[in-house]
Design a protein around this ligand. Sequence first.
Ligand SMILES: CC(C)(COP(=O)(O)OP(=O)(O)OC[C@H]1O[C@@H](n2cnc3c(N)ncnc32)[C@H](O)[C@@H]1OP(=O)(O)O)[C@@H](O)C(=O)NCCC(=O)NCCS
Length: 183
Amino acid sequence: MTTQAQATSHELPGKPTAASRTTLSHIMTGNDTNLLGTVHGGVIMKLVDDAAGAVAGRHSGGPAVTASMDEMVFLEPVRVGDLVHVKAQVNWTGRSSMEVGVRVLAERWNESTPATQVASAYLVFTAVDENGRPRPVPPVVPESERDKRRWQEAQIRRTHRLARRRAIKELRDRRAAEGMTED
Ligand SMILES: CC(C)(COP(=O)(O)OP(=O)(O)OC[C@H]1O[C@@H](n2cnc3c(N)ncnc32)[C@H](O)[C@@H]1OP(=O)(O)O)[C@@H](O)C(=O)NCCC(=O)NCCS
């Protein structure tokens, strides 16, 4: 963690979740398909990253980079002609990082049914300065009960991410100290 991020993150005024919430919509075309004829998962992942990046940039008031993407779940196939809506919001903020939650909905071009949720994901973005170093972000202020629940759940995921990272690092350090080598 940089000294700058540590020093000033909580001095920034808070911003409500709604201030940066964003929906990105896109019609799927034949260029987006895989060999099965449905939309390639990577196309959806790109839209998810784009929408989350827009939200992170809006919330933090500047550039932010994808630090991690986890719990990307594909629930239903997306088809050519579907109008896909990618809804993103900042769920949680740390000193320089933000968890962005994303839901992907598809309106089927040939059905007049409500949009179906087809995927979801959680991403961590880190706000960076002009030198690519972490910079402080305003604390997100959840307002609705749903946003408060999302903040609490994001805090759990954050705890697990840090614990997992620490445990893997400790394992690798231990193996290295024991002189174990790999090909
Ligand atoms: C993300 C990045 C800026 C972090 O830099 P760093 O020197 O490791 O910074 P720190 O360890 O101080 O972490 C800064 C913040 O990011 C978070 N973070 C860093 N790596 C993370 C990861 N893998 N998962 C989740 N959060 C992460 C830290 O928890 C910290 O959050 P906090 O300030 O809210 O406590 C740096 O790793 C980077 O530039 N990565 C490449 C990003 C990129 O190019 N993305 C596009 C891919 S093409």
